[in-house]
Design a protein around this ligand. Structure first.
Ligand SMILES: O=C(O)c1ccccc1N[C@@H]1O[C@H](COP(=O)(O)O)[C@@H](O)[C@H]1O
Length: 208
């Protein structure tokens, strides 16, 4: 079963629709330069809507310690997604389970990256974009070496039309989507989230 993370939520209605669609994890972006950024207070209010077994995930890009700490304090059960240039020591210092984003491009050594971040719960594979992420860009999945990590989260430009192919080819532990279920940046579409989750279930059933 492929787990589903929907990232970059900013509105109560979108959180409720994502849960209804079947998301296993909901991402909150704590990166001020992102159009999807939320404050710790806002994320806490949104995360309060999550039922049991749906995980809040906090996304950070090279966050100063004080910002990181404020968000971690506001959401004590949040899984952390490091999406910038954080070192293994930066990631381990917070003493929380974390995902480490790898920005995939030709020549990137994912096996070496994975061994540096062996304490990560999973590697999240995203396309290399100047803005760090959320760019809706698909990377070349053939860049993923076999056995790159025990748990991979496939992301980068996924949508209902291509996620089945991604699952069939990469066999990830989870998929992560942001722009592919949006009507505009930070504003999700309930219909697109449902279509995306249905496409994942179809792929899991071998129907694509
Ligand atoms: O969503 C953002 O604004 C963002 C900003 C900085 C780093 C990562 C960001 N989002 C993550 O990017 C990937 C791919 O998103 P998309 O589906 O291609 O739009 C995903 O993991 C988001 O969590």
């Amino acid at each position: 079963m492929t787990r589903i993370k929907i990232c970059g939520l900013t509105r109560e209605a979108d959180v409720e629709a994502a849960v209804a669609a079947g998301a296993d994890a909901i991402g909150f972006v704590f990166y001020a330069k992102s159009p999807r950024a939320v404050t710790p207070e806002r994320a806490r209010a949104l995360a309060a809507l999550l039922p049991p077994f749906v995980t809040p995930v906090g996304l950070f890009v090279n966050a100063p310690d004080a910002e990181l700490r404020a968000a971690l304090d506001a959401l004590p059960n949040m899984l952390v997604q490091f999406h910038g240039d954080e070192t293994p020591a930066d990631c381990e210092r917070i003493q929380r389970p974390y995902l480490r984003a790898a920005r995939m491009a030709p020549g990137f050594d994912l096996v070496d990256f994975g061994s540096q971040f062996s304490s990560a719960q999973a590697l999240l594979l995203d396309a290399h974009v100047d803005s760090y992420g959320g760019g809706g860009k698909v990377f070349d999945w053939s860049l993923i070496p076999p056995n790159a990590a025990s748990h991979l989260v496939l992301s980068g430009g996924l949508n209902a039309a291509n996620v089945g192919d991604g699952i069939a080819r990469v066999r990830p532990w989870a998929v992560d989507v942001s722009s592919g279920v949006e009507v505009s940046k930070g504003i999700k579409s309930a219909d697109l989230m449902h279509e995306f989750c249905r496409a994942v279930k179809r792929a899991d059933a071998g129907l694509t």
